[in-house]
Design a protein around this ligand. Sequence first.
Ligand code: NCD
Length: 305
Amino acid sequence: MKHLFGMAELERPQIERLLALAESFVELSRRPLRKAPTLRGKTIINLFFENSTRTRTSFEIAGKRLSADVINISAATSATKKGESLLDTGQTLAAMQPHVLVIRHGIAGCCQFLADYLPQTAIVNAGDGAHEHPTQVLTDLLTLRQHLGGVAGKTITMVGDIAHSRVARSHLIAANTMGYRLRLVAPKTLLPREVERYGCEVTHDFDAALAGSDVLYMLRVQQERLTSNFAFPSVREYHEAYGLNRRRLAMAGSDCVVLHPGPMNRGVEIATDVADGSQSRILDQVENGVAVRMAVLTTLCGGGD
Ligand code: NCD
C-alpha cells in the first residue's frame, strides 16, 4: 500500500489485515502507557482544509502514540490564505521530506491529483469533498466486527444525506468488497443521481426500512455542500420523517446497533436519548478511529506484518 485514497482500491484481504492490526492497537490504546516505538523517526503532516474534530485529532494521536513526529496544519493558518495553490502547498510540504501527508480538502480527487506530483510522499485521504473517507469506513467496520462479529451478510440501513456524504460513498464501495447490504433511506433531494446503479435498496420510508436492519447508520445533513435551501421543508419535518427516535429503534429491535460518524446534530437526524442510549456505538467508533489510523500509518510506513 503506497497511498490510501479510498475504499475503491482496497481488496478484502487488505481490509482484513488493516482491521486485525487496528484491533491490536485498540489494546495498546487501553494500556496505562499508550506508546509504541513503531514510527520513531517518521514525520507525518496533517493538512486540513475543512473543519474536523475526530478525524484530525485521531490522526494526531495515532501518530504520536506510535512515536512519529506529527505536524498539524489547518487551512486557517496556512499560506493558502495568502493565495497559494494546493499544489504549491503540497510541493512545499513534500520538500520538507515527511513520510506521510494526511489531507482533508473540499475538492473530490485532490489526493490522487497531489500524489502524481509528490512521488516521495505517502498520501492519506482524510475526506475529499463528497468523494471518499476511507478511514471512517474502516473505523465503522472495526466497530461492527467487535459488536456483530463482522459485516458479511449484514444489513446496514443508512439514513440521511447520502448525496453529499463521502462516508456513504465509501460504504457503497466497501459493501461490495466486504459482502454487506446497504439499505438507503433519504428524501429524493438527498439521494445521489442514478442511485440505482449501486444496486442497493432505496426507500423514502424510514419506518418500512427498520425491520431486518442490523445497523442504523445516521448521517448529518451536509449543509456546507447543499446547493439549495430546499432539500427538505424544515428541520422539524426532517426529524419526523428521517430522524432516529426511540420508537423507531424499538421497531428495529434490541440487537440493532446505532452508528454515526459525527458530528451529530441532536434533534435533527438523531434524538438525544438514542445517541446516548445502550444501543449506540458512536463513542466506540471514535475510540476505534485512533486504532484504525494507527494501522493505516503503520502500513504506509512499511510495517504492519
Ligand atoms: C464526516 C466527514 O467529515 O465526512 N465526519 C467525520 O469525518 N467523522 C461526516 C460529517 O461531516 O458529517
